[in-house]
Design a protein around this ligand. Structure first.
Ligand code: UD1
Length: 352
C-alpha cells in the first residue's frame, strides 16, 4: 500500500509523527510539505524533534491570502499526485493545506482519507471550519478522533464512511511526555506551578487591536509570569495594531519545539490559548486551560471541567485563569495513545 500524506502547518507535523512511525515497515509512505509554515521554529524543528523523515517534496508555497494560498497549493499538489499515484491521499486536520490536498485528490479520483474528521466548532467565521466540512464531505474515509466527532459525521449523513480511531495527538503527547520525564523544563527561572503558558494566533483575536489589547491587559494583570509563546501572526498583528505585548506579567518568547512545549505546559499553573491542540494537550497533562474563543471542537475538555471558554466578556479572563483547581478525572475521551495503528489498519483494510 502506498500512502501519500500532505502536511503544511505546525499542528500537522505533530499529527504526522505517530503516523510516520506506525507506517514504517508496513506501508510505503510519501510526505509532501506544502510550505504553509516555513520558519525554522514553525516547521523544521518539528521534523527534527519528532523523528519524522524529511518530506519527499517541499512545495514552498508560503503565506498569502486564503484563496491565493489554497489555490497555489492545489495547483502544485496535482502533478505530485499524478507522479506518485498513491493508493491513498491522507490529509490532516483543518488547514488550507488540508483542503487543497483534498480537492487535488478527489479531482484525480484518488481515494482520500481525512484524519481528525468530524470536528466542528459551528463557527462559520473560522477558516478552519470550512476546511473541515468541505474535506469531510469530499473524503472516502473519515478517521474520527472522538465519539462526538463520529456523532457530527452521522448527523451530516457520513456515518458509512466514518471510523473511530482515537486522537493521534494523544499518541505523540504520551510518547513525548514519557521521554521528557526528569529533563529540565524550558523556563528553569520559574519553579513548577509558578507561571502560565499562553498562545494566541486566531485572526479573530489578533487582527482587531482593541480586542488584542483587551486580552493583553488581562494577561498582564495575572498574579504569575505569563510565558507568551508568540506565533508570527501575533507579533505581526501586535506591531501593526500598536499593541505592546511585553507588559505587566507577560514575558514574550519564541514558539517552542514540541517536546519543550509539553514540558512547559506540564510544569505550568495553567494555559491560556486559542489553539485547538493546546486545549487538549493541557487536559491530557491535567493542567487547567482557559480558551479565548466562543466555542471549542474539544468539548470534552469543557464538560470534564478542565477548560473554560472566555469570549465576549474579556473582563473576566483574569478571574477565570486564576479559578480553583478542577475536579480530578480518569476519563480518556481521546483514546489510549494507539490511534495511529488504527489508522494503518483502517487504510490497509480498504485498499485493493
Ligand atoms: C494555520 C492554520 C490554523 C492552525 C495554525 C497553527 C489555516 C487556515 N490555519 O494558521 O488552523 O491552527 O496554522 O499554527 O490553515 N507565518 C510566518 N512563518 C511561518 C508561518 C506563518 O511568519 O512559518 C506568518 C505568515 O506570514 C502569516 C501568518 O503567519 O502572516 C499566518 O500564517 P498561515 O499559515 O496563513 O495561518 P496560521 O495563522 O498559522
Amino acid at each position: 500500500m502506498r500512502v501519500l500524506s500532505v502536511v503544511g502547518a505546525r499542528p500537522q507535523f505533530v499529527k504526522l509523527a505517530p503516523i510516520a512511525a506506525a507506517f514504517d515497515g508496513h506501508a510505503e509512505h510519501i510526505v509532501i510539505h506544502t510550505g504553509q509554515h516555513y520558519d525554522e521554529l514553525m516547521s523544521d524543528v518539528f521534523f527534527r524533534d519528532l523523528g519524522i523523515p524529511e518530506p519527499d517534496v517541499n512545495l514552498a508555497i508560503g503565506s498569502g491570502n486564503h484563496g491565493a494560498q489554497t489555490g497555489a497549493m492545489l495547483a502544485a499538489i496535482e502533478p505530485e499526485l499524478e507522479r506518485f499515484r498513491p493508493d491513498w491521499v491522507l490529509v490532516y486536520g483543518d488547514t488550507n493545506s488540508t483542503l487543497a490536498a483534498a480537492v487535488a485528490a478527489v479531482k484525480l479520483h484518488i481515494p482520500l482519507a481525512h484524519l481528525e474528521a468530524g470536528l466542528r466548532s459551528f463557527n462559520r467565521r473560522m477558516p478552519e471550519e470550512h476546511n473541515r466540512v468541505l474535506t469531510d464531505h469530499a473524503a472516502d474515509l473519515l478517521l474520527a478522533p472522538t465519539q462526538v466527532a463520529m456523532d457530527h459525521l452521522a448527523t451530516e449523513g457520513l456515518a458509512a464512511r466514518s471510523v473511530l480511531v482515537g486522537d493521534v495527538m494523544t499518541d505523540v503527547l504520551y510518547r513525548v511526555r514519557d521521554a521528557q520525564q526528569g529533563a529540565p523544563g524550558p523556563f528553569p527561572e520559574h519553579g513548577d506551578g509558578e507561571y502560565y503558558v499562553a498562545t494566541l494566533h486566531r485572526p479573530d483575536n489578533t487582527d482587531d487591536p482593541a480586542r488584542l489589547g483587551a486580552i493583553v491587559e488581562q494577561l498582564a494583570a495575572l498574579g504569575k509570569p505569563v510565558m507568551l509563546l508568540a506565533h508570527p501572526r501575533l507579533r505581526a498583528a501586535a506591531e501593526a495594531g500598536g499593541v505592546r505585548l511585553e507588559t505587566g506579567s507577560i514575558v514574550v518568547r519564541e514558539p517552542l519545539a514540541y517536546p519543550q512545549l509539553v514540558s512547559a505546559v506540564s510544569r505550568s499553573a495553567g494555559v491560556v490559548t486559542d489553539s485547538g491542540g493546546l486545549q487538549k494537550e493541557a487536559f491530557l497533562l491535567r493542567v487547567p486551560c482557559t480558551t479565548v474563543r466562543s466555542e471549542t471542537e474539544w468539548v470534552e475538555t469543557v464538560e470534564l471541567g478542565w477548560n473554560v471558554l472566555v469570549d465576549a466578556d474579556l473582563s473576566v479572563l483574569r478571574a477565570v485563569v486564576e479559578r480553583p483547581a478542577p475536579e480530578p478525572t480518569d476519563a480518556q475521551p481521546y483514546g489510549d495513545g494507539h490511534a495511529a495503528e488504527r489508522v494503518l489498519e483502517a487504510l490497509s483494510a480498504r485498499s485493493a
